[in-house]
Design a protein. Structure first.
Length: 255
């Protein structure tokens, strides 16, 4: 009898295993297939990204060479391709170069739009904030103070790389619209802070001297001259807006 019970139990166990296999083997096989597809998809995506970065790098370098050769039309076409092919960094820097070309052609609205697009293209403030600030400088003479202030507020936040330059721009915009007292207070703080770049501190000191001597009305011309300098500095999208002699950036690192 014991042998019979053992045999029956073994048959029941075998039938249970068969049922489990019929139930779960298709599921396990499906999971493996999905995992394989996902792995192949990720591999293909990575290769596609690398291929796009290679194309963007070549186009970006061609744009820089066209600029050096005095060929803005060819440069614009190359930077357009780099912006379309590349990641956020390539797109932002290429758009900033296109904006600089538009400035040189006196197409200021186009340049502002390109700088705005460049600021949105990259999540890195070191790349995006200079673009946003250069758009402000181009608008300084025409846009209402409220618009200038709304554009500068994100750049003025603690820890942003262009914070001092943005605060300087806001103070000059306030002077230009007659808000002398507010501008003076901002410039005093800016001049005396330890982390203010020297060139910004010197310009703040010059602006304060103009206010204190009663010649603040002349600062509107200074603002226009500064805007012209910043527009010229657009040839160096990733550099601090310190003047027209700032070096052009190299191509971003590939992923």
């Amino acid at each position: 009898m014991v042998d019979v019970f053992d045999q029956v139990e073994e048959e029941l166990r075998s039938e249970r295993y068969k049922r489990l296999a019929r139930t779960w083997l298709p599921v396990a096989g499906g999971v493996l297939v999905v995992a394989l597809i996902a792995a192949l998809g990720w591999w293909g995506y990575q290769n596609w990204q690398i291929s796009k970065a290679d194309k963007a790098s070549v186009a970006y370098q061609r744009g820089l060479e066209s600029l050096e050769a005095g060929n803005p039309i060819g440069a614009d076409a190359a930077f357009t391709q780099a912006a379309n092919e590349g990641n956020g960094a390539y797109k932002s820097l290429s758009l900033q170069h296109r904006a600089a070309i538009a400035v040189q052609a006196n197409r200021i609205p186009d340049a502002v739009a390109l700088f705005d697009e460049a600021a949105k293209a990259s999540g890195d403030p070191l790349i995006a904030d200079p673009a946003a600030l250069k758009a402000v400088w181009l608008l300084m003479d025409t846009a209402p103070l409220a618009d200038i202030q709304s554009r500068l507020e994100p750049l003025i936040k603690e820890g942003r790389p262009m914070r001092a330059y943005a605060r300087e721009a806001l103070a000059l915009a306030q002077i230009q619209t007659g808000q002398i007292d507010a501008a003076r207070s901002a410039l005093v703080v800016l001049k005396n802070e330890l982390d203010t770049p020297q060139i910004v501190s010197e310009r703040a000191d010059a602006a304060l001297a103009s206010i204190d001597s009663g010649t603040a009305a002349n600062l509107a011309a200074i603002v226009r001259a500064q805007a012209a300098l910043e527009a010229s500095a657009a040839r160096a999208p990733a550099a601090m807006p310190a003047g027209p002699l700032a070096p052009s950036p190299a191509a971003p690192a590939r992923p």
